[in-house]
Design a protein around this ligand. Structure first.
Ligand SMILES: Cc1cc2nc3c(=O)[nH]c(=O)nc-3n(C[C@H](O)[C@H](O)[C@H](O)COP(=O)(O)OP(=O)(O)OC[C@H]3O[C@@H](n4cnc5c(N)ncnc54)[C@H](O)[C@@H]3O)c2cc1C
Length: 596
C-alpha cells in the first residue's frame, strides 16, 4: 500500500473513489499468506475433525479448551500481544486474516475471539506494566484464558447502567465487588475476567478478577440457539475481594476501555463473519453439484445458481470492505514510534479513528452472513433443516452476530452519530463536501458514462451515491438539528446509505487497482459490477424513503426533494442477472468462493 497521507476515518464518504490507494487481499505479503496457511492447516487438521464433538459439549468443555491450548502452542493466540510480553505483535491485517479463517467454526471462533480480543486486549491496551507482565505471556500461549464481563441482567445495550459495585476497603488494600454479569463467553473455564463495576455509585471502572477468588462463581451454562460448543454463563460476584493492584485503567474511566475494546471486537467480528460466509458458500456450492433433481444437479437450475452468485458477490464486497480497514490501521500504526511510552494508547487511537468503518463491518458482516447461511440452507432444501448437514449449524450460529458486540441497532445509531461528531469537530471535511454537492445541483445533470471494459460508469455511480447520501443526510440534519438523535428511524436509513456507500467505494476502489494481467481479475470485475448494481440501487431507494419522509406531506418540499433525487440518481444499466449467471458458473465450477 502506498501513500504518505495518514488515512482518515470516514473519508470514504468524501474522497473521490480511487483517489487513495486501498489495501485488499491482492496486497497480502508472503508472510501474511504463510501465517494464513498455518491458521488454515490448524482449522483443517485440528478443529474441523472435532467440529461435531465440539458442538455437543454436555457441560464438558475439555475439547474446546484443548483446541484453544493447541492454538496457543502454534502461536494463534498471540497475534495482537506485543513481542515484549511474549506475543508476536503482528500487523492488523494478519490478525484479521487469522480471525477470518477461524470464523469458519462458530463456537471455536467466538471462544477464540473472546479470549484473544475482548479478553486479552483490555490488559494489552490499558494494563499497568505489572499487569501486562503477569498476564500477557500466559494469555499469549493459552496457559491462561480470558473473558470480558460487561453485560448484566438489567443492562445490555445500556452498558454504563451496570449495577455491579466496587467498594474500597477501609485499609485501602482491596475493593469488594458485588453484582451479577450476564452472558459471559468463556465463563466456564476462564482464568481472568475484565469486570466492569461502579465505584462510589457512578464511577464506571474495570477490574481484573481472577478465577478462584473467594465469592466468585458462575451460573449454569446458558441453553442457546447456536454456538452450542461455546461456554456462556452468568458471573456472580459476592463480596469478592480484588487487590487494588487489579484496578484496570483509571477509576471512572471504564467506558474508555469498554468502548475501545468493543470497537476492536467489531472489526474482528466483521472479518470473522466473512470466514463463516465463505465456508457456507463452499458447502452450499458443493452440495448443489452433488444433489440431483429432475435428472440434473440442482446447480444447473438458474434459481440455485443465482443464489450462489449473490452469496459470492456479497462475500467479495465484504472482503473488500474489511481488509481496506486493516490496511488503514497498519499504515497508521506503522508510523507510530514503538518506543513511545504511550505507544499502546496511540495504537488504540489509530483503531478508534476507524470506529465508523468498524461498526459498518460489524453490521454488514453479520447481515451478509445471515443472508448467506439462509440461502445455503435453502440450497440444501429439507436436508438443510437436518442436524446431519452443515447448513443447520451455520444458520443457528450466525444469528448471534447481529446481537453481540453492540446490537446492529446500536451500531447503526453509531455510524451516522460518530461521522457527524467527527465533522462537527473538524476531523472530517463534510461541510466542504456538502457545498460541492450544491454546486453539482446547480449545474446540468451530468451524462452517465458508457458501459465499457473499465469501471468508468461504476466509478461515476459511486460518486453519485456519495452525493445523494451527503445531500439526504444534510437535509435530515437541517430539519431535525439537535433533535436528530430522537429520529432513530431516519438514522437507521442514513446508516444503511453509509454502509452501501462504503461497500461501493471499497469494491470499485479495489477494482480500479486490479492488475488487468493477473488471473482472476476478469471475474473480480464482474463481481464489482454486480455489487455496484446492488448497492447503488439500494442507496437510491433509501434516499427516496428519507426525502419522502422529510417532506412530510408538503407537496412543495416533496417536489424539491424528488427533483434532487432525479438529478443525482441514474438507472445503472448494469445487467445484474447476466453478471450473476457468469458468477454462478464460476462458483459452481470451483465449488467455492471463486475470487481467490
Ligand atoms: C451468546 C452470547 C455471548 C455473549 N458474550 C458476552 C460477553 O462475553 N461479555 C459481555 O459482556 N456480554 C456478552 N453478551 C451480551 C451481549 O453483548 C448483549 O446481549 C447485547 O449487548 C445486547 O444486550 P441485551 O441482550 O441486554 O439487549 P437489550 O439491550 O435489552 O436490547 C434489546 C433490543 O432493544 C434494542 N435497543 C436497546 N437499546 C436501544 C436504543 N437505545 N435504541 C434502539 N434500540 C435499542 C436492541 O438493539 C435490541 O434489539 C453475549 C450475549 C450472548 C447472547
Amino acid at each position: 500500500m502506498s501513500g504518505t497521507d495518514k488515512p482518515m476515518g470516514s473519508a470514504f464518504l468524501i474522497d473521490e473513489v480511487g483517489s487513495k490507494t486501498i489495501f485488499s487481499p491482492e496486497d497480502f505479503t508472503d508472510e501474511q499468506r504463510m501465517f494464513g496457511e498455518t491458521v488454515k492447516r490448524f482449522m483443517d487438521e485440528e478443529v474441523e475433525p472435532k467440529s461435531e464433538e465440539l458442538d455437543h459439549p454436555d457441560g464438558d468443555f475439555s475439547v474446546l479448551v484443548g483446541l484453544l491450548k493447541k492454538a496457543g502452542e502454534v502461536g494463534l493466540l498471540m497475534t495482537d500481544v506485543p513481542e515484549e510480553y511474549g506475543g508476536l505483535g503482528l500487523d492488523k491485517t494478519t490478525s484479521m486474516l487469522c480471525s477470518e479463517l477461524i470464523g469458519r467454526q462458530g463456537s471455536f471462533a467466538v471462544t477464540y475471539g473472546a479470549h484473544t480480543g475482548i479478553g486479552t486486549l483490555p490488559i494489552t491496551f490499558f494494563g499497568t506494566t505489572e499487569q501486562k507482565e503477569k498476564w500477557l505471556p500466559l494469555l499469549a500461549t493459552g496457559e491462561k484464558l480470558a473473558a470480558y464481563a460487561l453485560t448484566e441482567p438489567g443492562s445490555g445495550s445500556d452498558a454504563m447502567a451496570a449495577k455491579t459495585t466496587a467498594v474500597l476497603s477501609e485499609d485501602g488494600s482491596h475493593y469488594v465487588l458485588n453484582g451479577t454479569k450476564m452472558w459471559i463467553t468463556n465463563a466456564g473455564f476462564a482464568d481472568v475476567f475484565t469486570v466492569f463495576c461502579q465505584v462510589d455509585g457512578n464511577k464506571f471502572t474495570a477490574f481484573l478478577v481472577e478465577a478462584g477468588s473467594e465469592g466468585l462463581s458462575t451460573g449454569t451454562e446458558e441453553k442457546k440457539l447456536g454456538l452450542k460448543g461455546s461456554s456462556t454463563r452468568m458471573l456472580i460476584l459476592e463480596d469478592v475481594k480484588v487487590p487494588v493492584g487489579n484496578l484496570l485503567g483509571e477509576i471512572g474511566r471504564g467506558h474508555k476501555i469498554a468502548f475501545n475494546i468493543l470497537n476492536f471486537g467489531r472489526f474482528k467480528l466483521g472479518v470473522g463473519t466473512l470466514g463463516g460466509a465463505k465456508t457456507a458458500l463452499e458447502f452450499a456450492a458443493r452440495y448443489a453439484n452433488e444433489r440431483k433433481q429432475f435428472g440434473k444437479p440442482i446447480s444447473s437450475f438458474g434459481a440455485i445458481g443465482q443464489k450462489l452468485a449473490q452469496m459470492s458477490i456479497q462475500c467479495y464486497a465484504l472482503e473488500s470492505m474489511c481488509y481496506r480497514v486493516a490496511g488503514y490501521m497498519d499504515q497508521t500504526i506503522s508510523a507510530i514510534d514503538a518506543s513511545a511510552p504511550d505507544y499502546a494508547q496511540q495504537v488504540m487511537a489509530a483503531i478508534e479513528e476507524f470506529a465508523v468503518e468498524d461498526s459498518i463491518m460489524k453490521v454488514h458482516g453479520s447481515e451478509v452472513l445471515d443472508f448467506v447461511v439462509d440461502e445455503a440452507m435453502q440450497v440444501f432444501g429439507g436436508y438443510g433443516y437436518s442436524c446431519e448437514y452443515p447448513a443447520e449449524r451455520a444458520y443457528r450460529d450466525s444469528r448471534i452476530n447481529r446481537i453481540f458486540e453492540g446490537t446492529n441497532e446500536i451500531n447503526r445509531l453509531l455510524i451516522p452519530g460518530i461521522l457527524l461528531k467527527r465533522a462537527m469537530k473538524g476531523q472530517l471535511p463534510l461541510f466542504g463536501a456538502i457545498a460541492k454537492v450544491e454546486t453539482v445541483l446547480g449545474a446540468d445533470k451530468a451524462p452517465l458514462p458508457a458501459l465499457g471494459e473499465g469501471l468508468d460508469r461504476e466509478s461515476f455511480l459511486v460518486e453519485k451515491a456519495k452525493q445523494l447520501t451527503i445531500h439526504a443526510a444534510n437535509q435530515t440534519i437541517q430539519k431535525h438539528m439537535a433533535g436528530l438523535k430522537d429520529q432513530q428511524e431516519l438514522l437507521m436509513v442514513m446508516a444503511d446509505m453509509l454502509i452501501d456507500v462504503y461497500a461501493l467505494d471499497s469494491v470499485v476502489g479495489r477494482g480500479l487497482q486490479l492488475d488487468p494481467q493477473a488471473s482472476g481479475t476478469g471475474l473480480k470485475l464482474l463481481a464489482t459490477r454486480a455489487a455496484v448494481a446492488h448497492h447503488y440501487a439500494s442507496v437510491v431507494g433509501k434516499a427516496e424513503r428519507l426525502y419522502t419522509h422529510l417532506a412530510a406531506g408538503d407537496q412543495n418540499q416533496l417536489d424539491k426533494h424528488l427533483a434532487v433525487l432525479d438529478k443525482l440518481s441514474y438507472r445503472s444499466g448494469i445487467d445484474a442477472i447476466g453478471l450473476e449467471r457468469q458468477l454462478a458458473a464460476a462458483t459452481i465450477e470451483v465449488e467455492n468462493y471463486p475470487f481467490k
